[in-house]
Ligand binder design. Structure first.
Ligand SMILES: [Zn+2]
Length: 295
């Protein structure tokens, strides 16, 4: 295990929020596949005494985390259409700050469904970076050819290469977010835009659910709210144009699965939804945030 510093202040001055709730010996790659069933585990969660950033501390060695992600597999099959609607909406808003639809990069692109959406929206060249090889194999051939099986790191692309860099539900998984946000700044053209979408630890749902919130999870190394998110991007030279609560579109059955309640109750509700044909799409501001930053 390694001690983490606050990613914003680079200092180790914290208060424990929750003690860890698992035995390290039991870690395997299944734990690192998002969207697995409940029984969530988490590291010890702490809050920086200076800036309020929430983070996991200590965590596994970076090499071990990366190895687990390489083996993990995230299947979004059932949700892809809704995720495309959600992320596609936020991509369209990029035009407020940067009109050029040249090159777009997605960090943590999974099977590339968002890259396909970016193409539909008119982006000429799309690129993805994704460590999970099995997820990349799921991508359609012409999208797969645009994905590097890797983690974002210096040297993958030339500096000043991209108009837009997107990252969905990934920042809070990174052991070294500073390196990634700094890379984004380097990789963007002048006036280029980052679009980041991730959990909001300051959201009503996180506050209401506390430790039972799905975001208190071993996959999350850092957890941001709108204030610490802004600070992270300003630290690396971005002008933050907007940072705010974001909605998600999910089928009702998916919202039910996310909600912390006994599995028995969940299954009963899911059966009713299915039987009565009530599994409709629902748009909700349920605990994510979106940030637009400009170089
Ligand atoms: Zn701090």
């Amino acid at each position: 295990m390694v001690q983490q510093n606050c990613a914003l202040c680079e200092r180790s001055d914290f208060t424990v929020v929750y003690q860890e709730n698992f035995d390290l010996q039991l870690l395997d790659e299944k734990i690192f596949s998002a969207r697995r069933l409940p029984d969530r585990i988490h590291y010890r969660i702490v809050r920086c005494n200076r800036c309020g950033l929430i983070y996991s501390n200590p965590i596994l060695e970076v090499e071990k985390i990366n190895a687990l992600y390489r083996k993990s597999f995230v299947s979004y099959d059932a949700h892809v259409e809704n995720l495309v609607r959600t992320y596609g909406h936020y991509l369209r808003q990029v035009a407020r700050y940067h009109a050029e639809k040249g090159r777009l990069l997605e960090i943590g692109c999974g099977s590339g469904f968002f890259l396909a959406e970016a193409r539909r929206q008119g982006y000429v060249e799309v690129y993805g970076v994704e460590p999970g090889e099995k997820s990349v194999e799921k991508a359609p051939a012409e999208i797969r050819a645009r994905i590097l099986v890797d983690v974002i790191r210096p040297g993958l692309f030339p500096d000043g290469y991209f108009d837009v860099i997107c990252c969905f539900q990934t920042l809070d998984h990174l052991p070294d977010p500073n390196a990634v946000v700094a890379s984004c700044h380097k990789l963007l053209k002048p006036n280029g835009v980052v679009l980041f979408f991730n959990h909001n630890v300051g959201a009503w749902s996180a506050k209401l659910l506390g430790r039972a919130s799905p975001i208190i999870d071993i996959e999350h190394t850092y957890l941001y709210d709108t204030r610490t998110m802004r600070a992270m991007f300003e630290k690396h030279g971005f002008t933050v144009r907007e940072v705010k609560s974001a909605f998600n579109i999910h089928n009702l059955s998916h919202w039910v699965r996310l909600f912390p309640m006994p599995n028995k109750v969940k299954l009963a509700i899911l059966r009713v939804l299915e039987k009565m044909g009530l599994d409709v799409r629902v748009k909700m501001f349920a605990g994510n945030l979106v940030l637009y930053g400009q170089k």
